[in-house]
Design a protein. Structure first.
Length: 179
């Protein structure tokens, strides 16, 4: 994909979003070819600062990707998105990373996605769910490249880290042996 220059129109904005979502390490390959739709009550595009803001019941979709938030801010440098901040009560991020896995659902009052370091941070009332497993805490950091998740409770210990791992179903061989 050619380098994306500062956008001067909504077409440029969609190219910017495509650069963000198209390179996502959490995406199905088919997501990269899907149309991007953004719905919001209002949008503000500042070409000088490289900051695009969406306000009011923001919904962004591309393939299996779904972002729902009260506000989404996209920060870019030289036309490349490098940080996305989603704010809501809570904000919601959903995407299927590959065909074998279920949807990843992330919630938090703030969701920060740093594209250059490939990290996602969920802040306040944070939760991460996939295939029946759930991780909750006040703060969850997910390093995509290192495949490392770190969760913290609140400083006052009123909210501790809570994880649920569903029981695994026995394989066909294990079931045969028990019969």
């Amino acid at each position: 994909m050619p380098a994306i220059k500062f956008f001067t129109s909504l077409t440029g904005l969609f190219c910017l979003l495509s650069g963000f979502f198209g390179t996502s390490a959490l995406a199905l390959p088919s997501d990269r070819q899907a149309t991007i739709t953004v719905d919001a009550d209002r949008a503000q595009i500042n070409e000088k600062t490289g900051i695009t803001e969406y306000h009011g019941a923001v919904v962004i979709k591309q393939g299996t990707l779904l972002i729902e938030a009260d506000q989404v801010t996209i920060y870019s440098t030289d036309g490349q998105a490098n940080k996305i901040i989603c704010i809501g009560k809570p904000a919601h991020y959903q995407q299927q990373p590959n065909p074998e896995d279920g949807l990843v659902n992330a919630h938090g009052n703030t969701i920060e996605y740093y594209l250059d370091t490939e990290t996602i941070t969920l802040i306040k009332n944070a939760s991460l769910e996939q295939q029946g497993s759930t991780l909750k805490g006040e703060h969850i950091n997910y390093d995509i490249k290192a495949e490392l998740v770190e969760a913290k409770g609140s400083a006052s210990s009123q909210q501790r880290v809570h994880m649920v791992i569903p029981a695994s179903e026995p394989s066909a061989d294990e079931q045969k042996d028990s019969d």
